[in-house]
Design a protein around this ligand. Structure first.
Ligand code: TXA
Ligand code: MG
Length: 298
C-alpha cells in the first residue's frame, strides 16, 4: 500500500519512453551525464549506517540525531530534553516548527512522568497503555512544563508512546532519555520503513541510522494512531488514524466497565483538507485516512 518510491517511478517512466530518442526526453528523465554522476558520487554524505545499539544510545545522549526502526516506521530521534537537538530535527526534516513531536519512552511509567493529568485522565491513560502498549498508539495529554516547547510546538500538549519494536525498546532503555522522534523523512516525503530509505532521504545530514534487517522492521508499515485525552470534555479525540484501528478503540471503550474509561467517548476530529502550503501535514487531524505519511507528509 506504500506508493512507489521515486527510483522505481523513474525506472517505470524510462521504460515507458524507451522507444523515443534520448534527445526527446524531458531533462529530468535523461540519463545523468558522466560529470553529474561524478559530482553526485563525491557529494558529501555525512550520515552513517550503524549496527551498535550502544553507539546509538550514547549518540542520543550526546545530542546527535539517530534514526531508529519501530514497528510502524523509522523515527528520527533526539533527546527530548535537549532543545538544540530537538530544533535540529525540524531543520533536517524541513518541517514547520508548528508540528509537535511524539516522545518515545521505554515504559508506561516514563510516559506518565511527561504528562500532567487529573485522576480520571490518568486512570484512562493507565488502562489504555495496559491494553495497547507497547504498540502503535500515541497518547496526547497536557505536558509537564519542563519539556522544551519545541517538542510540543508551544501547544502545552505532548504525544507519548512506547514502541513495540525490540531494537527501539532496547535503544530507549540504553539511552535512558525520552526520545522525541517524528518519522525519519524529509517533510512531504513518504515515511521510511527501511534504513536505506532514511539514508536516501537524509544522509546529507550528519545523522546516524540504526540498521535493522528489512524483514525485522516496521511490520505495521503505517504510523501510530494519535489520540488526545480530553479530560474536561470526557473525550478521547482521534487526531490521526494509524496502526490501531478506530474500531478497536471503539470496542475497547465499549468493553470498559466501571472506572474512568467508561466516562469517555471517542470523538473523531473533523477532517482537514491539506493545502500545498502545509506540505499536506495531517497534524492534529484524523484526515490522513490510512494514517500513512504518504498522505500526511509530515
Ligand atoms: O508511528 C509513528 O507515529 C512514528 C514513529 C516514529 O513513532 N512517528 C510519527 O511522527 O509518525 P510524526 O511526527 O511524523 O507524526 C506525528 C503526528 C503529527 O501529525 C503531529 O502533529 C501529531 O502526531 N502530534 C504529535 N504530538 C502532538 C501533540 N502534542 N498534539 C497534537 N498532535 C500531535
Ligand atoms: Mg511524519
Amino acid at each position: 500500500r506504500r506508493p512507489m518510491r521515486t527510483a522505481s517511478f523513474s525506472a517505470t517512466c524510462l521504460l515507458a519512453v524507451s522507444s523515443q530518442s534520448s534527445r526527446s526526453l524531458a531533462p529530468a528523465l535523461r540519463a545523468p551525464s558522466p560529470r553529474a554522476m561524478a559530482a553526485s558520487s563525491t557529494a558529501p554524505r555525512p550520515g552513517r549506517l550503524i549496527d551498535s545499539l550502544d553507539e546509538a544510545a550514547s549518540a542520543l545522549r550526546s545530542g546527535r540525531l539517530v534514526a531508529f526502526p519501530t514497528e510502524t516506521v523509522y523515527g528520527l530521534g533526539a533527546d527530548a530534553f535537549n532543545e538544540a537537538s530537538v530544533a535540529s530535527i525540524f531543520t533536517v526534516k524541513g518541517r514547520p516548527r508548528s508540528d509537535p513531536l511524539i516522545v518515545h519512552v521505554a515504559s508506561a511509567g516514563a510516559a506518565e512522568a511527561l504528562v500532567r493529568l487529573g485522576p480520571g485522565g490518568l486512570e484512562l491513560m493507565r488502562r489504555l497503555t495496559a491494553s495497547f502498549w507497547p504498540g502503535p498508539l500515541t497518547l496526547v495529554a497536557p505536558a509537564v512544563p519542563e519539556l522544551p516547547s519545541a517538542v510540543t510546538s508551544g501547544s502545552g500538549y505532548v504525544g507519548v508512546r512506547v514502541p513495540e519494536h525490540a531494537l527501539a525498546r532496547e535503544l530507549l532503555q540504553r539511552a535512558a532519555v525520552p526520545v522525541a522522534a517524528p518519522s525519519a523523512n524529509r517533510f512531504g516525503h513518504v515515511s521510511p520503513t527501511r534504513a536505506q530509505h532514511v539514508m536516501d532521504d537524509l544522509a546529507h545530514h550528519p545523522i546516524l541510522v540504526l540498521d535493522a534487517p528489512p524483514a525485522d522492521c516496521c511490520g505495521v508499515g503505517i504510523e501510530s494512531t494519535v489520540v488526545k485525552i480530553d479530560e474536561q470534555a470526557g473525550e478521547l479525540v482521534l487526531l490521526r488514524r494509524g496502526g490501531v484501528p478506530e474500531a478497536s478503540l471503539e470496542r475497547w471503550l465499549a468493553a470498559e466497565q466501571g472506572g474512568a474509561a467508561q466516562r469517555f467517548t471517542l470523538k473523531v476530529k473533523p477532517a482537514h483538507q491539506p493545502t500545498p502550503h502545509d506540505g499536506g501535514s495531517g497534524a492534529a487531524t484524523a484526515s490522513s485516512g490510512s494514517g500513512s505519511e504518504a498522505a500526511a507528509g509530515g
